[in-house]
Design a protein around this ligand. Sequence first.
Ligand SMILES: *Cc1c(COP(=O)(O)O)cnc(C)c1O
Length: 395
Amino acid sequence: MTRDPTAFLREEVEALVAQALDWKIRVIRGPSAPRSLVDGREVVMLCSNNYLNLSNHPKLKRAAAQAARSHGAGSGSVRPIAGTMDLHEELERRIARFKGREASLFYMSGFAVNAGLIPQLAGEGDAIVTDELNHGSIIDGVRLTKAQRYIYRHNDVGDLERCLREADGHARRILVISDGVFSMDGDIAPVAEIAKVSEAYGAMVYIDDSHGEGVLGEGGRGVANHFHVEDKIHVEMGTFSKALGVVGGYAAGSEDLRRFALNKSRTWLLSGSHPPATVASCIAAIDVLETEPRWVRRLWRNTRYFKKRLISLGFDIGRSETPITPVMLGESAVAKRFGDRLFEEGVFALPIVFPMVARDKARIRNIVNAGLKREDLDVALAAYEKIGKELKVIP
Ligand SMILES: *Cc1c(COP(=O)(O)O)cnc(C)c1O
C-alpha cells in the first residue's frame, strides 16, 4: 500500500488538539470596536491591537471610500513596476515627516519588512545581535540570512555588550535588533542604552516599534521619540496594523536606507502593492495622530485606571509598562479556564500559554483601548474580581 501523502495534515493538528494547543478562531460580526459582537456575544474588547480605535474613525473610513472611487479597488502591480500610485508616495512622505526621519518605505505588512529587509542588512560574514524575546517575524527574518547570530538575554544591555564584544573583530558589520515594546509582557526595551552600546561598536540599530507606534512618544511617535534617540536608530520599523488601525508595514530612516530597501527587499519587490483605500486610510491615520492628540491621552488614562484597579484587586501584572497588561496566572490550565470564564462574562481577552510563553508564565493578556468607556473597564474589572475569587487567584 502506498502512504497517504496528506495524512500528516490531520495527524499534526490532532496532536495539537490533544495538548490543547490548537487555535479556536473567534469571529467578529461588524466592526472591531471597544464593544464588539464576537461569536454572537457582545463583549468588551480587550485583545485587539487597535489601541486608539482608529479603525472606526470617520476620517479613516471616509478616506478609504473616496480613494476607492478615485483610484479603484486595486493597484494593478508590484510597487517597482506599475504599482506605485501618488497615494503610496504621499504616505511615505507622511510617515517620514511624522517620524522626523528623512525617508520611509511602505511594505505589505510589518512581517514583510522584517522578513524582507533584515536578510539584506546582514549576510554571510556579518553578525546579528538579537533580544531573546524578539517577535517571530524578526526571528524569521534572521533565519533567512547566513549572518552569525548572537542572542542576548531579554533587555539585558550587559549581555548585549558581551555579544557585541564577541562579534567585534571578525564580523564585517553588526546589526542589533530589538522590539521597542514586547508584545507578551508590555515592557519597554532600554532603547537609549541599546543605541549607546551599539554605537561604541559601530553597530547598526534596528528597532521594531509595532507596539510603540501610536502609544509611546510625543503624540504617539514611537519608542525612539520616547527616549529622544531618533538620530541613533538607523532603522525604525513599524506597522499600521496596530494602533494606526489599518494594515501595512514600514521602515523609516535615511534616504540611503529607503533606496537600499526598495532595491533589495524581495518582499517589497515581488508582492503586489496595497490598494488605494488602504493607503488613503493610513494617510488619514497619521492625520488623526497629528491633529487629535486626545486619543493617545485617553489610551493612557484608561491604561492607568485599569492597571491600578487590577493591582488593588491583588492581581500580578508582571513587568508591564504600556497598555499591554498581562494578568499573570502561572499554569496554562488556569489561564485557559480564566479566559473561557471571562468570555462567558462578556470580556474578550486572550489566554497566552506555552509555547508562546514559558510553562509557568501563563497569563491573560489584555490590551487597553482608547475607545473603552469607564463603564466598559468596570465591567471587565468586575469580571476579573469575580473569576479571580472563583479560581482562587486572588483572596
Ligand atoms: C504585529 C507585529 C509585527 C507584524 O506586523 P504586521 O504589520 O501585522 O505584519 C511585527 N513585529 C512585532 C513586534 C509585532 O507585534
